[in-house]
Design a protein around this ligand. Structure first.
Ligand code: EPZ
Length: 429
């Protein structure tokens, strides 16, 4: 299994190109199931999760062509996918595939909307909590589907097609909003989603659906209205930049010191995280090419942060912030409100000497002057990258094991960081 070796202590200086957002690319690819015509997606990141979803969609009969690089393309330029779901040959998403990637459960929405049936394996728990799908099921039932659970599968049918309805989510859910939104595009009549997630990735999917002929308004607000249409057509859409990748590299720079241009980043996608970084002592400037982050000399100030749905501080940056605060001058408090068990990085950060105390959903981090490199391993994507950030600032050598999590969500991580002066390499095997 590949590992990443880091020798910490170098400041980061240079430019990091920001890739397309994983959490937009995945639902956008799934939205390709809604139309017989081809959906072309540009700026799709080259990630293990994207490749896995290609296999899952292939199993339903979707043809996906990945256009190669053209002369003049930047080395980091994302790929263009041509997704053609002309013939859906199978409406079952089997356990072997769905269990590898939670978001693949979302295929239930377009399959049901277009084919009036779907049989999709329950995704099960994962390293960051139980992560149920009850609200996704509730939304589809509201739209008139009949759902049963049998042998670990959700079997969904809507013989006369889905019908528009009012869906009230009792809590903000990104997955629930994606599923309700996709399903409602082909439902008869009007659907209203109340307490919808406002994440930028929802807006990106809604924009793409509208290009495909859907009639969606209000995405990005808690009330989304969808007028169902009979058919969706082909379209071309560019995946928005990854705000979590942006925030992760911004925190890496704040941690090591230095000066880095995050090229292609969009500040409005992560304003709350940028505010926290400013409070911690980083200098953030916005320019035509994206965001520039620097920290010179002065130490880090502690912060108190709670994760929250967008536009609040994202849970997907919580682990990275914790790594950063482990070197702040004083005590920080970080409360995780979205997932009940997203603290797997705490015990690993402790291997660097970090002083973190957990009390329920709140972590207290007592900053120390210097972390020391260590062998570490993480159990989820964002936790893994928090260990990379710690390793970049730590004295001596860090070996990050089990890095397949990183490959799920960070494109060419070690190349991007070493181009800015970090000593970081992948060790194969
Ligand atoms: C998405 O997960 C992201 N995944 C996650 O990113 C992200 O952490 C999360 O949203 C929150 O921003 C993708 O977009 C592929 P939710 P999702 O539905 O949609 C509970 C990463 O590292 N809930 O908003 O699964 C749930 O348990 C990943 O890239 C129910 O109770 O998140 C959680 O506590 C990790 N019942 C809360 O809602 C349901 O039916 C929010 O979950 C559905 C969710």
């Amino acid at each position: 299994m590949d590992r990443i070796r880091i020798v910490g202590g170098s400041k980061l200086n240079g430019t990091i190109p920001i890739s397309g957002a994983k959490n937009a690319a995945l639902p956008l690819m799934i939205a390709g199931l809604l139309s017989e015509e081809t959906l072309i997606l540009d700026n799709v990141p080259r990630l293990a999760d994207v490749a896995q979803l290609q296999r899952i969609l292939g199993n339903h009969g979707v043809d996906i062509m990945s256009a190669g690089k053209r002369p003049g393309d930047h080395e980091y330029q994302g790929q263009t996918l041509h997704i053609s779901a002309k013939n859906i040959i199978d409406t079952t998403a089997p356990y072997e595939l769905v269990s590898k990637m939670r978001a693949s459960f979302w295929v239930i929405a377009p399959l049901l909307a277009r084919m009036q049936e779907a049989k999709v394996s329950l995704p099960g728990g994962c390293a960051i909590g139980t992560r149920p799908v009850d609200l996704l099921i509730m939304a589809l039932e509201k739209l008139g589907a009949e759902l049963t659970i049998d042998g670990g599968y959700v079997i969904a049918k809507a013989p006369g097609g889905l019908k528009g309805a009012e869906i009230d989510f009792p809590k903000v859910t990104v997955s629930g909003t994606h599923v309700a939104l996709m399903a409602a595009t082909l439902a008869k009549g009007t659907t209203i989603i109340n307490n919808a997630a406002c994440e930028p990735e929802i807006v990106d999917v809604a924009d793409c659906l509208n290009k495909m002929g859907a009639r969606v308004t209000g995405a990005g607000t808690p009330r989304i209205v969808i007028e169902g249409v009979a058919k969706l057509h082909g379209a071309r859409h560019t995946v928005l930049p990854d705000r979590i990748e942006t925030g992760t590299y911004a925190m890496a720079v704040a941690m090591t010191g230095g000066d880095v241009q995050l090229s292609g980043a969009r500040p409005e996608l992560l304003q709350s995280a940028l505010d926290v970084l400013t409070q911690a002592g980083a200098t953030i400037t916005v320019n035509n090419d994206g965001i520039r982050v620097s920290r010179n000399g002065a130490g880090l100030s502690p912060v108190n942060v709670s994760t929250a749905p967008f536009p609040g501080f994202p849970t997907d940056l919580q682990a990275q912030l914790m790594a950063l605060m482990s070197c702040a001058k004083g005590s920080s408090h970080i409360t995780e409100t979205i997932f009940e068990n997203r603290f797997m990085h705490v015990q690993e950060l402790a291997r660097f000497g970090a002083r973190i105390h957990l009390d329920g959903e709140t972590a207290t981090i007592d900053g120390i002057a210097k972390l020391r490199g260590a062998p570490v391993m993480a159990t989820d994507l964002r936790a893994s990258v928090s260990l990379v950030i710690a390793g970049l600032a730590a004295e001596g050598e860090t070996m990050v094991n089990r890095i397949y999590h990183l490959d799920r969500g960070f494109e060419r991580l070690e190349e991007k960081l070493s181009a800015c002066g970090a000593t970081i390499e992948r060790i194969s095997g």
